[in-house]
Write a protein that binds this ligand. Structure first.
Ligand SMILES: NC(=O)c1ccc[n+]([C@@H]2O[C@H](COP(=O)([O-])OP(=O)(O)OC[C@H]3O[C@@H](n4cnc5c(N)ncnc54)[C@H](O)[C@@H]3O)[C@@H](O)[C@H]2O)c1
Length: 247
C-alpha cells in the first residue's frame, strides 16, 4: 500500500524543528506541497527549502498573525487540504509554583493556536468540501505524573477541540484526529537522554523498551493526511510504544 498526498497543500506548524520538521519532510516525499509555519525564521526557511515548500513566519500566540498566515497560504496555493498542528511547548513547573504568564504561554501555543489555526483552515475546507486536520496531543493528555499540569491541561483541551471539529466537519467531508505520542527523541526531549536513571525508568514503563523515533510519528501523520485514513475521525491515536496500556 503506497500512502500518498500527491499535490495536496499541507500546512504544518512547528515545522522548523523536531517532529514538525520530520512530518514536513515525509509529506513532501509523499508528493505534498508543504507550507512550513513557525516562529523561528532561519530554521523555518531552511526546512521549507529542504522540502521544496514555502516558509511562513508566524508567532502562533497571536490570532491576528494566524489569520494573516492562513490568508497568505490561501493566496499562494488557493486551498488547504491538510493542516497539521504540531507546534507546542512543554513545562514541568511544580504545582505550587506555576505563574499566570507560564499558564498563558503554554495555553496560547498548545491550545489556543490549535483552535485558531484549525478555525481558519476549516473555513477554507468547508468551501472545498474536504480537508484533514491533525492535532498534537500527548500521552499526558490523559495521564499525569503530577509535574506537567499546564501541558496536561492544554493537551486534554486539544483532544476536546479534535472531537468538536470531527463532529462538525464530518458531515462536510472534513476529518479531524489527534496523535498522542509519548517520549519521542526530539530537541524538546534530548536533554533526558543524558539521564541514565530517567532512561531506565522510561524504558521500564514503555513495553517496547525504548523511546520513539520522529519518523514513526511522521508515518502516522502521513497516513492520517492521506485518503487511506478516510474512515478515521475524532480519534486520539496513542503512539506511545504501549505506555498508556501498561498497568
Ligand atoms: N517530543 C516528545 O517526546 C513529544 C511527546 C508528546 C507530544 N509531543 C508534542 O509534539 C509536538 C512537537 O514536539 P517536538 O518535540 O517536535 O518540539 P520541538 O521543540 O522540537 O518543536 C516545536 C516547534 O514549535 C515551534 N513553536 C514554538 N512556539 C511557537 C510559536 N509561538 N509560534 C510558532 N511556532 C512555535 C518551535 O519553533 C519549534 O519549531 C508538540 O506539540 C509536543 O507537545 C512531543
Amino acid at each position: 500500500m503506497e500512502v500518498q498526498v500527491k499535490d495536496k497543500v499541507c500546512v504544518v506548524t512547528g515545522a522548523a524543528s523536531g517532529i514538525g520538521h520530520q512530518i514536513a519532510v515525509t509529506l513532501a516525499q509523499a508528493g505534498g506541497k508543504v507550507c512550513v509555519v513557525d516562529v523561528q525564521k532561519e530554521k523555518a526557511e531552511a526546512s521549507a527549502a529542504e522540502v521544496g515548500g514555502k516558509a511562513y513566519l508566524c508567532d502562533l500566540r497571536s490570532v491576528a498573525e494566524i489569520e494573516a498566515t492562513m490568508a497568505a497560504i490561501v493566496a499562494d496555493f488557493g486551498r488547504v487540504d491538510v493542516l497539521v498542528n504540531v507546534a507546542g511547548l512543554a513545562n514541568r513547573t511544580p504545582n505550587e509554583s506555576i505563574t499566570e504568564a507560564e499558564w498563558d504561554l503554554l495555553n496560547d501555543v498548545n491550545l489556543k493556536a490549535t483552535y485558531f489555526m484549525s478555525k481558519e483552515a476549516y473555513k477554507v475546507m468547508l468551501g472545498q468540501g474536504s480537508g484533514k486536520i491533525i492535532n498534537f496531543s500527548s500521552h499526558r493528555g490523559s495521564i499525569s505524573d503530577g509535574r506537567h499540569t499546564i501541558y496536561d491541561a492544554t493537551k486534554a483541551g486539544v483532544e476536546a477541540v479534535t472531537r468538536s471539529f470531527a463532529v462538525s466537519g464530518g458531515p462536510k467531508g472534513i476529518t479531524c484526529n489527534a496523535i498522542a505520542p509519548a517520549y519521542v527523541i526530539t530537541p524538546m526531549t534530548t536533554h533526558n537522554l543524558e539521564n541514565p536513571e530517567w532512561m531506565a525508568h522510561m524504558c521500564s514503563r514503555i513495553p517496547l523498551g525504548r523511546l520513539l523515533e520522529m519518523q514513526e510519528v511522521a508515518n502516522l501523520a502521513l497516513y492520517l493526511a492521506s485518503d487511506k485514513s478516510s474512515g478515521i475521525n475524532g480519534q486520539t491515536i496513542h503512539l506511545d510504544g504501549g505506555w498508556t496500556a501498561h498497568e
